[in-house]
Design a protein around this ligand. Sequence first.
Ligand code: ADP
Ligand code: ZN
Length: 523
Amino acid sequence: MTISSLETLQQVFGYDSFRGDQQAIIDHVVQGGDALVLMPTGGGKSLCYQIPALVRPGTGVVISPLIALMQDQVDALLELGVRAAFLNSSQDWRTSRDVEQAFLAGQLDLLYVAPERLLTERCLEMLSAGRISLFAIDEAHCVSQWGHDFRPEYLGLSILHERWPQIPRLALTATATTVTRREIAERLALDGAPHFVASFDRPNIRYRIIEKNEVRRQLLAFIQAEHQGDCGIVYCLSRARVEETAEFLCENGIAALPYHAGLSPAVRAANQARFLREDGMVMVATIAFGMGVNKPDVRFVAHIDLPKSVEGYYQETGRAGRDGLPATAWLAYGLQDVVQQRRMINESAGDDAFRRRLGAQLDAMLGLCETVSCRRQRLLAYFQQDTGPCGNCDTCLEPPQAWDGTVAAQKILSAVYRLWRERGQRFGAGHLIDILRGKPTDRIKQYEHETMTVFGIGADLSEQAWRGVLRQLLAQSLLAVDQEGYGTLALTETSRAVLKGEQTLMFRREPEKKTRNSRPAST
Ligand code: ADP
Ligand code: ZN
């Protein structure tokens, strides 16, 4: 008598019932169908292939790029009494041989294999000689060349369909834009396979995006006020920033560890292990950290640099609150982020189409940062999912005010225009603000900018307010980072309409900086 999926769920995994689409997906695969499964991180993708692998005869072959985590996954399954093993480059040949023999003897329910290993002739031959119940392709978005996790080995996985047309294949990912979805289906030859798209909403995560001024101090204040003693992840763009931020947090009494690709594998593994096992650790990391890390009680994910895309941001923040309890996604973002990222795109290798794609991804991210409506609505809309205002994000909880920034924008655009027209000069944000606010700095005097008609015409707004205006102009591409310059600013095609008064601009009003009473050790 065969055991049913529900019995397997209850007896092997100890859960009462299926969640969301799990049942439908499992039934479909058990009957031999292919499928594409899109579920947010923590949605419960693993059971979608683990249960069919147990119910169907043969071994379920799981392709996963995360060598570092295979051991943990297999250990967890062994503990449940599931016969699982993995094959990857971290093993000695003796262990691999034992695993191969167990597979050939039909003694494995699940076999995890890294893609580069699977594609070797030796491995393909071994698989042909055994009995396979299904293929599960985890982190399937790695096949997308445009995505943030592209892995060339994934392109070779179309071979599974060619060699084993009868065996069901299940592609799983937490990345769900229509473009990525189409790419996965195409590259993995999953045409005709149904797409199971779960709701991407993570209602327990509270989204908050704040204006960056002294980011480490802001981060510390956030942790101290809301997440003292909690486990969290802080994402930074560069290795240097990871190091200095981890150090800063430690000096201020927060148990923080660094993680980036420049650390030795031993240090990385040790830090990851501490993060997973100890309570209340904060991992300060580049995006090299986190894929597949399953820690249910991460209470916050903070970004101190602007992520490059909404997809990446959503995946990273999705690592918070997997246990369903309240968690926070906190992002600090400012003018410098926009300047820096526009510059990086200008300077990136690759053709125009590639740069346009990066630019569009950044624009979507900036749209999320600058929105005056619900963040969650905006996020889910990016994944083609409709929802009402959530009541659990910063804009829902404290609706930002909008103000008419048309005149301010005209002032700044005309300063840029005049500098270029009258003097052939381009400057960065700081100097432009000094001109507008009429600040007689050495640099102003050196260039005789106090003689310009625009000098001092913006004294009515604070420096912070001007930074907000500049940031929003850059976010909307009404100003551009000069192609050749070093963060200097130039007008764009669309600036003209604003200068001519043909376009009204509404901006977010930034709350003024609060005074601080406690000072941390250093910045
Ligand atoms: P994903 O791979 O989609 O990020 P996982 O498969 O790791 O998510 O599942 C996330 C968590 O939810 C795990 O701890 C898992 O055991 C749990 N889980 C999954 N399905 C169920 C279910 N039907 N009932 C209870 N818990 C579940
Ligand atoms: Zn909201």
